[in-house]
Design a binder for this molecule. Structure first.
Ligand SMILES: Nc1ncnc2c1ncn2[C@@H]1O[C@H](COP(=O)(O)OP(=O)(O)OP(=O)(O)O)[C@@H](O)[C@H]1O
Ligand SMILES: [Mg+2]
Length: 619
């Protein structure tokens, strides 16, 4: 059942990658049926015609040769002969061309599968990507794809199955016009052959498995001889004879096992040969009898050739079909993790009916959240609201839940309890694309890509050089960008371009801020955006903050307490709970509050630092 589901998923993905691949597969099947017409059906008419002519005794002894007569009499023979040659030429040509095309296409489809997986990783519900089970599943899925060439084998086997299925249908249709009993007899002999093959295949799997421990021992002793670090001990303890004895002994064991295996292989091949011979005997005997009019309606000599040909081909086709079928099911087993990964739910599947065009208000109402597979509430009963245009700072100790709160707002996770509203509508009800468009964020662990600085910052938004340069100036990276060989067109890092540049952590952070500001969103979230910046750059960003964010709503998370001073309100998170939500002035009045303590602790540091500096200057 699981395999069947995997199989359909495989077909679905392959079809998405390339519908024309399936057209090629069907064409391949039709072509092989065409070859049956050329080599099974047409010869029947040719033979029948020849027999008719022989019976009419057109070429009687003493006949005076006249070209015209011969031509008229043999016109049908020539016609069928020519048709057979032409059809073979045509199908031969088409078959070769088709095989080349299919090879190219198969390779394309095979190579696009990892691409589909990458697409899945980018589209899948974000929560899977932080869950160890799914991270491991991703690794296993990749392993199956790359190490066992499972996908390539699957794609190939699938192509053969389609081809053989169409051939088998065509052959059965022909044989049914003769006798259903012959077909049944053939199926029984084919079944016997398959049983022997299955038996041998299973035997071989266990044979290979039984060799693993011997091979490992053999490998160990062999490696001793090649390993320099052992050389001293081997000499001192005169171990070389012992080692070589072991190598010889294990090698002989392996050889004996292989001999036994080959005996079995020989036996199997012998049995199969016998059954094959039996099969041919049944085919020839039955059809010959029918040609003589015994056991049923008499058939012509032409039909004899056709049926014999079909029956022999049928056996080969069914065996090949079965082999490929086994490969498909084996590969589907290997690919189980891949298929499981590919059937995870996508974010886009969470489509809401509402389209978000601008954020006017944000409201958390009794929001509680625990990460999947964990009972620990990271956020507990959080309620607060933000109006459009406000600057909000979130303050709390490490692990308090600040980033988690942002992840919920970005819809990377769903709260277990409570609701987050934007413009008084539950955020889950928005169409995810339009929702994401209105939000931009710089995360603590933001990433930049190896393409150009400009592309990194503008992303999919239209490129506006003036706006870009303005933002570069605002975040203090303009001079640096201009000093690069290709300015904003310089690629970030040298991954695939020698001309690339390596920026410092702080410079990258400035770019990340620039990227967040460039996007035309109505909410900007900055999670520790200045952690890597030097004090001067940081102070500059703070001073310009209002200018930077412009008319957007902003949420700002920082451990530098001085940054909250310019925010309208500060949300204090302590152990997952919202303990305060007020202005800087009001919070500073509460001398017992966490905010006051944090603020004063840092202020003290600054005072000490300043004090030290003053002392240094004094000296
Ligand atoms: N993907 C995750 N799976 C399980 N637990 C997580 C995950 N991410 C974070 N946590 C836990 O949730 C709690 C809150 O983490 P969060 O990242 O929200 O804290 P934070 O307030 O942003 O801290 P910091 O100031 O260090 O950035 C922590 O105890 C953390 O261990
Ligand atoms: Mg955080």
């Amino acid at each position: 059942m699981k395999r069947l589901r995997s199989f359909f998923l495989f077909i679905k993905i392959a079809f998405k990658i390339s519908p024309s691949y399936f057209v090629l597969l069907i064409l391949g099947g039709l072509l092989s049926s065409g070859q049956i017409v050329a080599n099974v059906l047409l010869p029947k008419y040719l033979v029948d015609e020849l027999v008719r002519l022989t019976n009419q005794k057109i070429i009687a002894p003493g006949y005076a040769f006249k070209f015209g007569d011969i031509f008229t009499a043999f016109s049908q023979v020539f016609l069928f002969g020519a048709l057979i040659v032409l059809a073979n030429l045509l199908f031969g040509f088409l078959d070769k061309t088709h095989k080349r095309l299919l090879d190219v296409k198969t390779s394309y489809v095979d190579k696009m599968f990892p691409g589909e997986m990458a697409k899945k990783i980018m589209a899948v519900n974000y929560q899977y990507l932080e869950d160890p089970y799914y991270l491991d599943l991703k690794e296993r899925a990749l392993f199956a794809q790359t190490n066992q060439s499972a996908l390539r084998n699957l794609v190939n086997a699938f192509a053969m199955i389609i081809q053989e299925t169409i051939t088998i249908i065509a052959l059965i249709t022909i044989m049914l016009t003769l006798s259903v009993y012959l077909l049944i007899a053939l199926l029984i002999t084919i079944g016997l052959i398959l049983l022997i093959r299955i038996y041998f295949k299973n035997y071989q799997v266990s044979f290979m498995r039984s060799l693993i421990p011997v091979n490992r021992r053999y490998g160990y002793y062999m490696s001793l001889g090649f390993n320099f670090p052992y050389a001293k001990d081997i000499r001192l303890y005169d171990a070389s004879d012992l080692i070589l004895d072991h190598v010889k002994k294990y090698n002989e064991t392996i050889m004996k096992s292989f001999l036994k295996n080959y005996q079995k292989l020989g036996l199997m091949t012998g049995f199969i040969r016998i059954i094959n011979a039996l099969q041919s005997a049944i085919i020839y005997l039955y059809i010959a009898f029918r040609t003589l009019g015994i056991w049923g309606e008499k058939i012509s000599l032409g039909s004899f050739t056709m049926y014999v040909n079909s029956a022999l081909r049928f056996s080969g086709s069914v065996t090949r079909f079965f082999d490929q079928f086994v490969t498909v099911s084996q590969m589907l087993d290997y690919l189980e993790p891949f298929m499981e990964f590919m059937s995870l739910e996508d974010e886009a599947e969470k489509k809401g009916n509402h389209v978000l065009t601008k954020i006017d208000s944000i409201r958390f109402e009794n929001v509680s959240f625990a990460y999947p597979k964990s009972d620990k509430l990271v956020l507990e009963n959080i309620s607060f609201s933000i109006k459009a245009g406000e600057r909000i700072s979130i303050v709390g100790l490490n692990g308090a839940g600040k980033t988690t709160l942002i992840k919920l707002l970005c819809r990377l996770y769903k709260p277990q309890q409570g609701t987050i509203y934007v413009n008084d509508i539950d955020i889950q009800e928005y169409d995810s694309e339009s929702y994401r468009k209105q939000i931009t964020a710089v995360f603590q662990d933001f990433q930049m890509f190896a393409y150009s600085i400009e592309d990194n910052v503008t992303g999919v938004e239209p490129k506006d050089q003036e706006k870009l340069m303005h933002i570069f100036k605002q975040v203090g990276i303009y001079d640096k960008v201009m000093s690069l060989p290709n300015q904003a067109k310089t690629p970030l890092n040298k991954t695939y371009d020698e001309e690339g540049t390596e920026l410092s952590g702080g410079e990258l952070q400035k770019l990340a801020i620039a990227r967040a500001l460039y996007k035309d969103a109505s909410l900007v979230i900055l999670d520790e955006p200045t952690s890597a910046l030097d004090p001067l750059a940081e102070a500059e960003i703070y001073q310009q903050f209002n200018d930077l964010v412009h008319d957007k709503t902003a949420i700002y998370i920082s451990h530098r307490m001085s940054s909250s001073v310019f925010c309208d309100r500060i949300l204090i998170i302590d152990g997952g709970k919202a303990v305060d939500y007020d202005t800087h002035q009001n919070l500073m009045q509460k001398k017992e509050s966490l905010y006051y303590k944090l603020f004063m602790a840092q202020a003290k540091n600054y005072q000490i630092e300043n004090g030290l500096k003053l002392k240094e200057h004094a000296v």
